[in-house]
Design a protein around this ligand. Structure first.
Ligand SMILES: [Zn+2]
Length: 512
């Protein structure tokens, strides 16, 4: 059975439902009404990294050692990566053909029997496989791996029309490449992911006319893509995470850790400057903005120095924080969605400090709403590897995973204040755990079902007639298939070193 997966980064019923109710997304509506739809529960943390990788591998982030854009090793930040096989690898290994367009976390493009263009974060030129396709996609579809400007500054400008036009043309190139693949290639598996839907929801949450128009555009293009899908194709629509309005304000955990004595940072020229001027980062940023100097600063100041200029929310980024980190004198620091503890320094106090921090951070409440900012804090091995003891010297995995409430945000960036509840430019919304899942096709029944993000890969592979790799943590969700369909009646087949008892438990679960 052929498969098309549409990835919509950050898609949420919070935004889509009102539009569906008004009949403004007819193609998604049709998929929902004649198929199976529900929520897709994302990872902890519900972030683009690791969520897409967990979708494509069917594996827990803790096992992948993949929790954020950057891994944290011995106090240093390095690009995160994993060699774990993804859906298309399994398809190709079984003799099928596959392509993936623009899925975040997929840089550099990997070899497969088909093609791949990488998605966010693009680290260089290796964003396309095979190399021979580069000139073709560039000339034919004006394909670029990403937009030419830093979205975090341009989309906060007064007039965003030009930036939005460029984003639109880049999105269009992904749709065109998918249409080409459906017209001209006979692929067994095609993944088309739209990344800028996430960006739009961050920056235009408070401008519903702009946000809604983008979703109408996506739906219209989706219709064009679906028109080209060969008969007998199962179509899946998935998000990496959902979105919610931010109402707790932004909590700067690293500033809190510093104040509470867990984190030591050395002074830098930026803070030094602010201190000398007796002005905080936010005020300086506001001045630069008011006098129209921000674009000049951006144009004239080298990137390395520019990073030290705070953004409009008065923050300096996590990369800048890492340059100031004195790891030998710190017990804890936050990167990505978790807290890393200094195992060497803590020695026998490690578990005591870990427990203490977990208790303290879950008690922190928003000065705006009075709500706790976190739903909970977890030991990653308890959440994602029950029964296993992870090697705690494994620096890639945080020692504490944080799950903010859906309307809350814990930032790893650095700010002079612990809370920001007033200047939320570009942060009016936050990632949330519930995303969307839609399936439609000859094997899919008309129903509703809520899935875990880890379930999608095994379910898709089973629908395609392939065995499920033992390393996958998700399970085949037979309940989405219509009773008389082939995938519903065929037993789930596993490959690899799974024990017989394990397989029996799985088979029982899969039958539910
Ligand atoms: Zn995302």
């Amino acid at each position: 059975m052929k498969t098309l997966v549409i990835g919509l980064d950050g898609a949420t019923y919070n935004v889509l439902e009102p539009l569906l109710d008004e009949g403004r997304l007819p193609n998604l509506q049709n998929l929902i009404e004649t198929g199976t739809a529900g929520t897709l529960d994302s990872t902890v943390p519900p972030a683009t990294y690791p969520a897409w990788k967990c979708y494509s591998t069917g594996q827990h982030p803790t096992k992948l050692g993949f929790h954020s854009f950057l891994g944290f090793k011995q106090g240093n930040l390095e690009p995160a990566s994993t060699d774990a096989p993804e859906i298309w690898d399994y398809v190709c290994e079984q003799g099928g053909t596959a392509a993936s367009i623009n899925m975040p976390t997929s840089y550099p493009a990997s070899e497969l029997d088909g093609f791949m263009t990488s998605g966010y974060v693009i680290g260089g030129d290796d964003w396309i496989y095979p190399e021979e396709m580069r000139e073709f996609v560039e000339e034919e579809f004006d394909y670029r791996p990403e937009v030419s400007f830093p979205v975090h500054t341009e989309l906060l400008a007064e007039d965003t029309a030009e930036a939005r036009a460029e984003i639109r043309s880049v999105m269009q190139s992904r749709f065109e490449l998918a249409k080409f693949a459906l017209n001209e290639l006979s692929l067994d598996f095609l993944q088309l992911t739209m990344y800028y839907t996430d960006t739009y929801q961050h920056f235009f949450w408070n401008q519903p006319e702009i946000l809604n128009e983008m979703w109408e555009y996506v739906d219209e293009q989706l219709g064009d893509v679906l028109d080209r899908v060969p008969d007998g194709t199962n179509v899946f629509v998935v998000s990496d995470h959902g979105f919610e309005r931010l109402d707790t304000g932004i909590f700067y955990l690293n500033r809190w850790l510093e104040k509470e004595g867990y984190l030591t940072l050395e002074g830098n020229e930026t803070t030094g400057l602010f201190e000398r001027l007796s002005v905080d980062t936010k005020t300086l940023s506001a001045w630069l903005d008011r006098f129209g100097l921000m674009p000049l600063v951006r144009a004239l100041v080298p990137e390395s120095t520019r990073r030290k200029v705070p953004n409009p929310r008065g923050e300096v980024g996590v990369d800048q924080l890492s340059e100031r980190l004195v790891w030998e004198e710190s017990d804890a620091v936050m990167y990505g969605g978790g807290i890393f503890l200094n195992v060497d320094r803590l020695g026998p106090r490690y578990e005591e400090v870990r427990t203490e921090l977990m208790e303290r951070v879950t008690e922190i409440t928003s000065p705006e709403t009075g709500d706790p900012v976190l739903v909970d804090a977890y030991r990653p091995e308890e959440l994602y590897a029950p029964g296993e003891t992870l090697p705690r010297d494994d620096d890639e995995v945080p020692d504490v995973l944080l799950l903010p409430r859906d309307e809350g945000f814990v930032s790893p960036a650095y700010s002079p204040n612990v809370w920001n509840t007033t200047d939320l430019e570009g942060r009016w919304s936050v990632h949330a755990k519930p995303g969307i899942f839609i399936a439609n096709g000859p094997d899919i029944r008309e129903s509703s079902a809520d899935l875990d993000i880890f379930d999608v890969a095994p379910t898709v592979l089973h629908a395609m007639g392939y065995p499920i790799a033992e390393e996958m943590d998700g399970r085949v969700r037979k309940d989405i298939f219509s009773a008389e369909s082939e995938p519903a009646t065929r037993e789930v087949e596993y490959r690899g070193e799974r024990t017989r008892i394990d397989s029996a438990v799985r088979a029982l679960e899969d039958g539910l």
